[in-house]
Ligand binder design. Structure first.
Ligand SMILES: Nc1ncnc2c1ncn2[C@@H]1O[C@H](COP(=O)(O)OP(=O)(O)OP(=O)(O)O)[C@@H](O)[C@H]1O
Ligand SMILES: [Mg+2]
Length: 287
């Protein structure tokens, strides 16, 4: 559906529109990315599922932290919004984004695992010797990164560097809030068969300089979700959502540069079902 608002940002998956000085419209598309490349096929309803998963968590975390949702119905800013757009879009408060991202790791995987192999720790935090890939960390780690300019990759920073960027008190507040959100979400997800191996939060400041949780929260795009029933330490568990697609792409002779290849319909359907399953497990409802 055509949106008659100025588009101020297009991410791999989401489009952001300016509503007015204080509000943005964030629209999650059905686009799918793998190896940082947006693929030519879409996953039906993926955007709506992502938005609704975020909304579920924002609501659950209200006692812990303010969030960017305004509750303004999409139809109020897009009068002819169809049901589809209403499900995939949210009207949010336009915040002053903080220049760092809050990464929380409950398991030793991905760049954390690589770092551990090279240095014996993750982002400068020393860990016990002899840990295995995908092991649960005895203490959840907070490993911030600085938000890179468009095109650049985000860069890990120490907690002290984060303090230099935004102030020590603010950094401590973000660390504490992030760990709280993660622990509450992890407990909820584990009760429903999902392990949240790690995740990334973004925060901004509102007009009163209060800390607000923004962007997307605890979706398969911003987190690593694993299936509890197939989780095995010492392996690299595939992320919940991308499993079929990545396995397929690895069988191709593709250099992981755009344009990405087409994906067979059967895999599109299987992947769509994984997003539905994530939604069902997290929210307890079927979409
Ligand atoms: N309430 C908000 N106020 C201001 N900016 C926000 C708010 N919520 C999210 N943002 C910003 O909007 C942008 C959303 O973009 P998006 O996540 O789709 O793409 P990206 O992060 O640039 O790239 P990609 O996720 O594709 O790697 C991010 O820069 C995010 O920090
Ligand atoms: Mg993003």
């Amino acid at each position: 559906m055509q949106i008659q608002l100025p588009k101020i940002h297009q991410g791999k998956v989401r489009d952001v529109y300016q509503v007015d000085d204080q509000h943005l419209l964030m629209v999650a598309s059905d686009r799918l990315s793998a190896f940082d490349v947006v693929l030519p096929d879409v996953i039906p309803q993926k955007g709506a599922l992502l938005t609704q998963i975020s909304n579920f968590w924002f609501d659950m975390m209200r006692p812990i932290i303010k969030n960017h949702l305004t509750g303004i119905p999409v139809e109020q800013v897009i009068p002819d919004a169809d049901e589809d757009l209403q499900q995939r879009a949210v009207v949010v408060k336009k915040l002053k984004a903080l220049p760092c991202e809050a990464i929380v790791r409950g398991y030793l995987i991905g760049s954390g695992w690589k770092d551990y192999l090279n240095t014996g720790g993750v982002c400068g935090i020393a860990l016990p010797k002899g840990m295995q890939q995908a092991a649960k960390l005895s203490e959840t780690l907070f490993t911030p990164s600085s938000k890179a300019a468009v095109g650049d990759h985000d860069e890990n920073i120490t907690f002290a560097q984060m303090g230099n960027l935004i102030g020590t008190e603010r950094a401590a507040q973000i660390r504490d809030v992030s760990l709280k959100i993660y622990h509450q979400a992890q407990a909820h997800a584990e009760n429903n068969g999902i392990i949240i191996a790690d995740t990334k939060f973004e925060f901004g400041l509102d007009a009163d300089d209060e800390l607000v949780l923004m962007d997307e929260v605890l979706t398969p795009d911003s987190s690593r979700f694993w299936n509890q029933s197939t989780y095995l330490v010492g392996t690299s568990p595939e992320s919940y959502d991308k499993q079929f697609i990545r396995d397929y792409l690895e069988t191709l002779d593709w250099n992981k540069q755009p344009p990405g290849p087409r994906i067979p319909a059967e895999l599109i359907n299987k992947t769509a079902e994984k997003y539905h399953e994530a939604y069902r497990r997290i929210t307890g409802q079927s979409y």
